[in-house]
Write a protein that binds this ligand. Structure first.
Ligand SMILES: Cc1ncc(COP(=O)(O)O)c(C=O)c1O
Length: 500
């Protein structure tokens, strides 16, 4: 009979010692423990286990202090003017822009950094302005976030062919044979856009960056969604040359929200045809003629209205924070802890030998990041309701994510949902929400198309993952009926340190 490891608080030190022996590189990341106690102390003060870094990163105290000091000491006006307060702000905005390029090793000769409200805003800029046309193609991966999936609406409306590229279970990687075949299939003179994530926000899979050069060599423009990749991995644009790279800064360092970026190759940017103009994007226009306006060159032509100017210096502060720690150090720590989790989670068994956890995606850390999607099964193999698992996690102060994570394609593959089954739900007269879809799928097909996701990041430590394992181990030998009485409710949490 398999025995469940001891995840008690008393055994933590021994478990940590065993973990360090197995992951000697963890020692090189000890600077992050120091930071955890100084910069992210609120996590422990509020007794919170934060495991939703793919949802949002966490900010360090010093980021806030630096930003507030700058605002307290300066006088800043709208950067669209030419007065002293405006010019002071313009200087900081342009300095932040330069640093963004430097951080990603993107040559200013080759790339521009366009500030957007978030990654979705960056994706919309590309989608609405890409020269889709009959004869051209849009090739998105199944594994895309919905903000990439949405581009297909622009492609379809303009008559381009849309082909989804499936991922293959159990690892949920791109089907390389199929991808190669699709890349070969373009018409001369057409515009073709291939869009895939560097790291899946569902399974943590890292899709090969080598596809970028291969696709470009076949005449494709490549959109590499880096939103889930850059918080814990180096993206070197001196080496990889995607045409468009959307990202959100809060996912990297938590603060500020409301600022993202489109890193775009200048040559590719020239292809885009904006469907409108706004204040700040044109040099002049006239109200007396049809379509008279001159779009500004480079980033300015794509930044609608006033940029989030007071927050842009905080982007530079956040990037410096990451650079000072070293993205390699963050990557190393997340990889060690992910390895621990993958091993421990897969080893959890009920007394009858049946596995408790089913992980979607790679079982080890090869070409995968620190995002793990999974479901729990009871000893008879019956799926535990993810909503009840989340409700129980909430009681333990564990923040995880459940549902489909805005990534329907990976969910459909992971849960074996067929086109016919999905067509039935989309054939209804009324709009359907995820809960209804989930219940319907359970009833009609005996499938439970929801998963649980944990994701690690800059401030994660061994204590966090150990406590999460203790929580998971509490489901060993629990029949699914034991969760029936768990109430799924969402009380207001007051997570302010002074009121704790
Ligand atoms: C891979 C990926 N792309 C795009 C997005 C969209 O980011 P935002 O909501 O900040 O626009 C997310 C958000 O989770 C993501 O994980």
């Amino acid at each position: 009979m398999p025995s469940t490891p001891d995840y008690s608080p008393e055994n933590r030190e021994a478990a940590f010692a065993a973990f360090r022996a197995q992951h000697p590189c963890y020692e090189d990341t000890r600077i992050l423990d120091d930071l955890r106690s100084r910069e992210y102390a609120r996590l422990d003060a509020l007794d919170q286990v934060y495991l939703d870094y793919t949802g949002s990163g966490l900010y360090a105290l010093s980021q806030l202090r630096r930003h507030m000091a700058l605002l307290e000491e300066g006088v800043f006006g709208n950067p669209h003017s030419k007065n002293p307060t405006s010019l002071a702000m313009t200087h900081l905005v342009e300095q932040a822009r330069e640093y963004v390029l430097r951080f990603f090793n993107a040559s200013p000769e080759e790339y521009v950094a366009i500030f957007t409200p978030n990654a979705s805003g960056a994706l919309k800029l590309v989608g609405e302005a890409y020269p889709f046309a009959p004869g051209g193609r849009f090739l998105p991966a199944y594994d895309n976030h919905n903000s990439v999936n949405g581009i297909r609406e622009f492609a379809r409306a303009k008559g381009a062919e849309v082909t989804y590229l499936p991922t293959v279970p159990p690892e949920l990687r791109l089907d390389s044979k199929r991808l190669r075949a699709e890349l070969e299939h373009t018409q001369p003179g057409s515009h073709n856009l291939f869009a895939y994530p560097a790291q899946s926000n569902f399974s943590g899979v890292q899709h090969a960056l080598e596809w970028i050069a291969e696709a470009r060599a076949q005449g494709w423009d490549v959109l590499l969604d880096a939103a889930a990749f850059v918080p814990t991995n180096r993206l070197d644009l001196g080496r990889w040359k995607p045409d468009f790279v959307p990202l959100s800064f809060y996912k990297m360092f938590g603060y500020p929200t409301g600022v993202g970026c489109l890193l775009a190759r200048k040559e590719a940017l020239q292809k885009l045809r904006r469907p409108w103009f706004a204040g700040g994007t044109i040099s002049i226009t006239s109200v007396q003629g049809e379509g008279w306006h001159y779009l500004l060159e480079g980033a300015a032509g794509f930044e609608d209205g006033t940029v989030n100017f007071l927050n842009l210096p905080a982007v530079e502060i956040g990037l410096h924070h990451i650079a000072k720690i070293g993205i390699g150090t963050i990557h190393e720590r997340v990889t060690c802890l992910t390895d621990y989790l993958l091993r421990q989670m897969s080893a959890l068994r009920h007394s009858n030998g049946a596995p408790l956890v089913k992980i979607f995606g790679p079982a080890d850390t090869t070409a995968r990041g620190g995002t793990i999607a999974f479901v729990l099964n009871d000893p008879e193999g019956i799926r535990l309701d993810y909503r009840k698992v989340e409700a129980l996690a909430n009681r333990e102060n564990i923040s995880l994510r459940t549902g489909c994570f805005c990534n329907p394609g990976s969910g459909e593959i992971a849960h074996n949902l067929t086109r016919e089954e999905m067509a039935a739900i989309f054939g209804r007269d009324e709009p359907v929400d995820f809960e209804t879809f989930y219940e319907w799928s359970r009833r009609e097909y005996g499938r439970a198309p929801g998963a649980i996701r944990i994701s690690l990041g800059i401030a994660t430590n061994f204590a966090d993952v150990y406590r999460f394992m203790r929580f998971l181990a509490s489901f060993v030998d629990k029949p699914h009926t034991a969760l029936h009485k768990v109430q799924v409710e969402y009380p207001m949490y007051d997570l302010l340190r002074d009121s704790a």
